[in-house]
Design a protein around this ligand. Sequence first.
Ligand code: SAH
Ligand code: SF4
Length: 404
Amino acid sequence: MTTHAAPTLETPPAPAAPIVQDVRTIPRKLDAGARTNIVGLTREQLRDALIAAGTPERQARMRVGQIWQWVYHWGLRDFAQMTNLAKDYRAFLADRFEIALPEVVTRQVSDDGTRKYLLRIAGGHEVETVYIPEEGRGTLCVSSQVGCTLTCTFCHTGTQKLVRNLTAGEIVGQLMVVRDDLGEWPEPGAPKDETRLVSNLVLMGMGEPLYNFDNVRDAMKVVMDNEGLSLSRRRITLSTSGVVPEIARTAEEIGCQLAVSFHATTNEVRDRLVPINKRWNIDELLGALREYPRLSNSERITFEYVMLDGVNDTDEDARRLIRLIRGIPAKINLIPFNEWPGAPYKRSSWERIEAFADIIYKAGYASPIRTPRGEDIMAACGQLKSATERGRKSAAQVAAEAGI
Ligand code: SAH
Ligand code: SF4
C-alpha cells in the first residue's frame, strides 16, 4: 500500500506451531430472548428495530440520530451514559439492545508497528484484522469472511476450510475494536483532533467481499456515515478476486474504490492462480472493470499483481498486462509474494520486480511496489489464516467460552 522503493526481502521466520487441518464449526448459541446488537445496523434497520421494540414511530428518526452519535462518534458502549435520552428510554434500550463487538483474543505488534488482531466472533469462529501505520496515515485491513470459499493457490486464507460470512456488525466491529485499542475516540470537551489513526480501510483481509455483498455494503454504509465513523468512500478500497456480476453493484451501492486481484496475463496462468477465472475469465473481468469508474465516480482501479518467481513475472507478462488494461484508468500495485509455510511459490527477485515495475511505469502507469508489512507476525497480505488452525485451544475450551 505504499510506494517505498525498497521492500524488505527477508523470508519470514517459520511459525512456531505446524498448521493443523482441524476444521470445526461450532453452532451459534440460539437464544430466543437475545438482545439485538446495534453495531452494524444501517440507519433504516436501526429505525425499524427501534419501532419493532416499541419506540413511537414519530420519535424513531430522532432516536436513531442520537444513538448513532453515541455509538459511532463517541464510541460509547453503555446506554446508561446516553445523557440526552430520558432515563426510562435508556433502560428500555438496555433491555432490548446491546452494543457488542468481537472479542480480542490476541494482539501481536510487529517490529514495524503493524498490529494483527485475532478476534473471536459468534459461534467461536476467529478472524484476523491488521492495522498498518504509515507516514501520515493508517490503514485497517478488514476481513469479510471467516476463511474463503475460493482457493487461490498463493493465498494462505484459501487453504482454510472453515468458512462463514461475517455479519455487518462483525465487519464494522473490527474497526471499532481497533479504534478502542488505539484510543481513537474523541474526548468530550477536548479540542477536536483531526489526525486520524485509522484513516483508510481496505477490504483485503480474509475472504472474498463480493461473496458477502449485502453485509459488506451495509457495513460500509455505517462506516461511511459522516455523523459517525465517517470514513469517506474515497478512503475505502474493496479488493475482489473477480466476482464479475457483483462489480457493477459495488459501484452503484457502495461507490468505494476498487482493487482487483489480477495476478496473471493469460487465462491459462490465471486459471491456476485465481481459479474463479474459470468462471469469469480475463475478458469478462476487464469488461466489467471498464464500466466501474464511470458508475462509481472513482478515479482509478487498482490492479493487484502478486510477483511469483518464474510464474507470472516476465517482461512479456508486463507488456501483456499493459495491453490488456489499455483504456482503463488504472494503477498497478505489485505485491512481492508473501511466503507462508508450505506455500508452493517463491517471491520474485527484487531485480525482477523492479524490471517489471519499470516497464509498467514507462507505459505511463503508477506501479507502486507494496512493502510487505508485519511479516514477522504473519500479518502481510495473503498470510492470514485463523489461529483456530494453528496452536488452537481445545475444542472444549472454545465451546465453553462461546457459551455452548
Ligand atoms: N479476496 C479478496 C481480498 C483479500 S486478499 C481478493 O482476493 O482480492 C488481498 C490481496 O492480497 C489480493 O490481491 C490477494 O490476491 C493478495 N494475496 C493473497 N495471498 C497473497 C500472498 N501470499 N502474497 C501476496 N499477496 C497475496
Ligand atoms: Fe480468497 Fe482472496 Fe485469498 Fe483468493 S486471494 S483465496 S479470493 S482471500
